[in-house]
Design a protein around this ligand. Structure first.
Ligand code: KG4
Ligand code: ZN
Length: 327
């Protein structure tokens, strides 16, 4: 089955063509328009999606050397995300559905992220714990099977990627800042210069809280002069990154202990982070799975894969805009 995946939930306009779960082509436009604002501006995102979606989709058809009539399914992110941004992808998918009569399915974006694991690790043992760690979400799910998820813990405030982005703003990086912080942290000469606390959320669940970490960084920087910050930017980035990783690692361990599940999959934009991969590798070693780094941030491939897996199980569903949807 040939599947077109469309992803426009936030600031990436992306499409991909898969055949029987194998990538034939993919294209992505990452909206640089937001960098000067320190975060995604919803109006700008919707407009940029509208400007790019046809070019991106045409590109993947051309690269895969197929025509839309050969598709067996169009899969499109319809929740959660920015309403106007999601609407562009949904409208485009429904337009193709109407024009060519091809079946269409809505996909939960978080299910999309989890599906990225099945692209390069179809053998991942079930059940597993999925840490979804992105700019908009940070949560641990018990994945009994594709389509069967139970949330074990989640952030009570900022997402981990959002924490990276907010810290980046304080440290002079443009949005999104996760990758830049990782690269800067790798240059640290004194990673123990400072230790930032990460709040432990009370209660039995492995929930996360990252807003206090951002505040701790803000107060730390408050009485430091520019020269000190310039000299120590790498050390500060390293300390910040370590605090985020420690929190993710500790809660994953709690979730593993509570659920008795040892296999862990880590997905979402922050899963690109090499230090996170290294540190979790020390704890979970051979039981740890990641998507390819290129498939961690938002992409159409993961949406197409989720569509393919849904089609195999007979669980396609008509797209329905749901900006606040959960898994
Ligand atoms: O999954 P994604 O593309 O979008 C959402 O669904 O939110 O994730 C984007 C997030 C941004 O916050 C970005 O700063 C973060 O992923 N990110 C990283 C890295 N690469 C991207 N965070 C830490 N280290 C990285 N290497
Ligand atoms: Zn995402």
């Amino acid at each position: 089955m040939i599947v077109l995946g469309i992803e426009t939930s936030c600031d990436e306009t992306s499409a991909a063509v898969l055949e029987d779960g194998k990538i034939l082509s993919s294209a992505i436009y990452s909206q640089a328009e937001h960098s000067q604002f320190g975060g995604v501006v919803p109006e700008i995102a919707s407009r940029a999606h509208m400007e790019k979606i046809d070019t991106i989709t045409s590109t993947v058809f051309r690269q895969a050397d197929i025509s839309p009539r050969e598709l067996g399914l169009i899969a499109v992110s319809d929740s959660p995300g920015l309403a106007g941004a999601l609407l562009v992808g949904i409208s485009y998918a429904l337009g193709m559905h109407t024009a060519y009569g091809i079946p269409v399915s809505g996909i939960n974006h978080l299910e999309g992220h989890i599906s990225a694991l099945f692209l390069n690790h179809p053998e991942i043992p079930l059940p597993f714990l999925a840490l979804v760690v992105s700019g908009g979400h940070t949560a641990i799910y018990h994945v009994e099977a594709f389509g069967k998820y139970r949330c074990l813990g989640q952030t009570v405030d900022d997402a981990a990627g959002e924490a990276f982005d907010k810290a980046g703003k304080l440290l002079g990086f443009s949005y999104p800042a996760g990758r830049a912080i990782e690269q800067e942290a790798a240059k640290a000469t004194d990673p123990d210069l400072v230790r930032f606390p990460v709040a432990k959320v009370s209660g039995p669940n492995p929930d996360f809280s990252f807003s206090g970490l951002k505040t701790a960084l803000k107060y730390y920087l408050k009485d430091k002069d520019e020269g000190f910050i310039d000299t120590n930017r790498a050390n500060i980035c390293s300390a910040f990154q370590r605090a985020v990783i420690d929190s993710l690692r500790k809660n994953l361990l709690i979730a593993a202990q509570k659920s008795g599940v040892r296999t862990v999959g880590v997905v979402g934009g922050v899963a690109c982070n090499g230090k996170l991969r290294e540190e979790l590798g020390k704890t979970f070693s051979k039981d740890l799975y990641f998507p390819l780094p290129s498939l961690c941030c938002d992409n159409g491939d993961m949406i197409a894969m989720a569509g393919y897996l849904r089609a195999q199980r007979g669980s396609l569903r008509f797209p329905r805009l749901n900006p606040a949807g959960t898994l």
